[in-house]
Design a protein around this ligand. Structure first.
Ligand SMILES: CCCCCCCC/C=C\CCCCCCCC(=O)OC[C@H](COP(=O)(O)O[C@@H]1[C@H](O)[C@H](OP(=O)(O)O)[C@@H](O)[C@H](O)[C@H]1O)OC(=O)CCCCCCC/C=C\CCCCCCCC
Ligand SMILES: Nc1ccn([C@@H]2O[C@H](COP(=O)(O)O)[C@@H](O)[C@H]2O)c(=O)n1
Ligand SMILES: [Mg+2]
Ligand SMILES: [Mg+2]
Length: 246
């Protein structure tokens, strides 16, 4: 199957969280995943419910500026993205459909999170620049993921993850949003963290996008050169001719 961060393809510039945190969370979440399997829950159900919870947390709380509670709800549900795959692997039922559903709903969840920030800044948060930065984070995150999916669909390895993968985008934004939310409980000055995080995610996503586009361009040129150097494949016509020619 097409490569992902943890696939067989040698991957350059593997992002920190996918490299170090995934193994840790796999160990921690495996017993919970096994428990759900014993209760007859399917990986697809976990994928769907997890996404619904993230959407609810992001779109109910963030547009009202309730960053603490929004982040608590999202955090409770976002780890379902690590549990669903874990369950599928334990059951020996990892599937193309599951990979498609997981990745597609990742995009939906990310849209809700950064859309929630944008709605806050477009409304009561009253900051057009930060609304624009939130929309940039949303769009660039989706395009970063698309570069890999499209590159892989045309047969390239896309052997780079880049500086800021999805896990980084989420951890930076959610930690900052959760802490910024403490402002509502009287912690002074802490609300500056969310704007800082959004700028970091925006710049990091742009760098990641460039890293991936450059990689796809190089891999594509290499693949074209390889194809040009290889002997032309036999068509029925050339096969007939070569049989006729002694
Ligand atoms: C008083 C304190 C208030 C604070 C409130 C609580 C704060 C809690 C804050 C944050 C928690 C954040 C948790 C975020 C967890 C993210 C988990 C996750 O979903 O990871 C997904 C990621 C990728 O999964 P996939 O392989 O399924 O997805 C692929 C990916 O989307 C690709 O996208 P691309 O990267 O290319 O853009 C797609 O291409 C592909 O299609 C798709 O399939 O999983 C991982 O990467 C694994 C690593 C997970 C690492 C989780 C780290 C969590 C670390 C810390 C959390 C705790 C922090 C607590 C801080 C408290 C601060 C006070
Ligand atoms: N409903 C699902 C969800 C995931 N999978 C498989 O797991 C892989 C993703 O693993 P994560 O640890 O990142 O969740 C995905 O590519 C599928 O192979 C599944 O089968 N069904
Ligand atoms: Mg998953
Ligand atoms: Mg996922």
């Amino acid at each position: 199957m097409a490569s992902r961060g943890h696939a067989a393809t040698p991957t350059l510039g593997k992002a920190m969280l996918n490299k170090y945190a995934r193994a840790f969370f796999t160990r921690v979440l495996t017993p919970f995943a096994a428990f759900l399997i014993r209760r007859g829950v399917s990986p697809d159900t976990v994928t769907l419910l997890g996404t619904a919870g993230v959407i609810a947390g992001a779109l109910v709380f963030y547009p009202r500026g309730e960053f603490f509670w929004g982040t608590i709800v999202i955090t409770l549900f976002v780890f379902s993205d690590l549990v669903d795959g874990n369950m599928a692997r334990q059951m020996g039922r990892s599937s193309r459909w599951g990979a498609f559903l997981d990745s597609t709903l990742d995009r939906v969840a990310d849209g809700a999170i950064f859309g929630g920030f944008a709605l806050w800044y477009a409304g009561k948060g009253d900051d057009l620049a930060l609304c624009a930065v939130s929309i940039f984070c949303l769009a660039s995150g989706q395009v970063v993921s698309y570069t890999k999916a499209r590159g892989e669909s045309i047969g390239l390895p896309v052997a780079v993850n880049g500086l800021v993968e999805r896990a980084e985008r989420l951890v930076i934004s959610l930690v900052a949003a959760g802490l910024s939310g403490l402002h509502a409980f009287g912690v002074p000055g802490i609300d500056v963290l969310l704007p800082i995080a959004l700028w970091i995610v925006a710049v990091g996503s742009l760098v990641t996008l460039i890293q991936r586009v450059v990689t796809v361009r190089r891999e594509s040129a290499e693949a074209e050169a390889e194809a040009a150097a290889a002997p032309a494949p036999e068509t029925p016509d050339t096969a007939r001719n070569s049989e006729a020619t002694p």
